[in-house]
Design a protein around this ligand. Sequence first.
Ligand code: ADP
Length: 484
Amino acid sequence: MNAVNRVLFVASEAYPLIKTGGLADVAGTLPEVLRQGGLDVRLLLPAYADLLQRLESPPEVLAELAFDGHAVRILQCVLPGTSLRTWLVAHPLFSERAGNPYHDDGGNPWSDNADRFMLLSRAAAHISTCDTALQWRPDILHCNDWHTGPAIALAHLAQKRPRTVFTIHNLAHMGIFDRGVFDRLGLPGQFWQEQGLEYYGQCSFIKGGLVFADEITTVSPTYAREICESPGGMGLEGLLSQRRDHLLGILNGIDSRTWDPARDPHLVQTYDAGSLQHKSLNKSALQQQLGLQVREDCPLLGFVGRLVEQKGLELILPVIEQLLDSPAQVVILGTGEARYEEALQALAARRPDVLSVVLAYDETLAHRIEAAADIFLMPSLFEPCGLNQLYSLRYGTLPVVRAVGGLADTVVDATDQALDAGTATGFVFALPQPDDLLHATGRAIAAWHDQPVWRAMQLTAMAQDFSWQRSAERYLELYRSTTE
Ligand code: ADP
């Protein structure tokens, strides 16, 4: 066991300051839970324009750092809702552009993303390996996803370095740039090799983390296995299986303050396992809000998420009308690829009393759907961990999921055996086929009509423990057992 006191946790987004997906939920919660457990944790984020606007008070200027021909200021704030000291890398590359951190309104990646996230990475490596004006060096440098991969590679060049952990939240995003970018960024030539950042003739930022980190984690045990094989490894399965002894799957927890049906301020009516009958008030309120027929006699199916292939839109679209005719109502909240947005909008225009499609990013509505729906659809093609199925379980909204990644690790299919044992929490199917989704959802709808069975499953689902405390303990054990 090694002593661990200081941890620098580096990410490109963290709730509630800046969020596009599940990474923000993790970065907004895990460091704070580790801090509460006694560690001295700093969260390091880019000082995006949108993030600066969301701060409750102006941040303190902590230090000016210069490294590798760059100058940045480090600002300090407290992550809202926590006591976590958060450091912001301030530079025009981040602060002079409003909007999404990764892409423009048309979904095209910002053309200088390589420069921006290399700057974040360089700042993290510099703080971790040099005596800076911050007078604080971590024992553990914990980086997340491709934006921070080079930080680990750079830290490993230093004489004195912290132990390093790299977490994969989604391997599909690798931060790939061409050779010209690699040269322009002035990266050491020794990184241009297979055991470096090279990826089939291009440069991949995520490889910095995968090749060099002392320990790699990902966000569920099943995803950890899937990425060591094709197709889950997406061309990196060779490298990842070589590193299998240093690859661990730790399930994400959920932010149980924000996602708690008993005290969720977004809900029309709060409820818990002892007052489940109140859940239906959320259903009628949402039906009303969205202009659906207000009726109790058919199930409401919910979907919240990015409208991209990964989330199983190719499975949902071909069967959605059959689902509506079962009968059922469907509510979909998300933004994403135009082809999916358009197809869903066209369907909703034809069936407005049973299908509601909201093309927006809306936290309040996401909470309301979790509380109002009876059944939650999450037929992902792959899913590193997935948060929405965890929220659904907590809200007694039974999920229909594909048996992949974190979905397979967190939802127990309602087989006869599981129902008898009282362990069933949802409906699981294996193959990425629309008919298999239809069949699993059909099983869910049939179970919903059998109220005693449904109620028992809801209570089992709501009693599951997906708290961050459990996950944080696993990270702490890993930090302590990690050696250089
Ligand atoms: P991913 O990180 O792949 O997008 P996750 O299920 O792990 O998927 O996390 C998605 C997170 O983003 C959840 O907190 C979910 O509620 C939220 N989310 C996604 N799309 C929307 C939306 N349109 N409105 C509100 N919240 C959303």
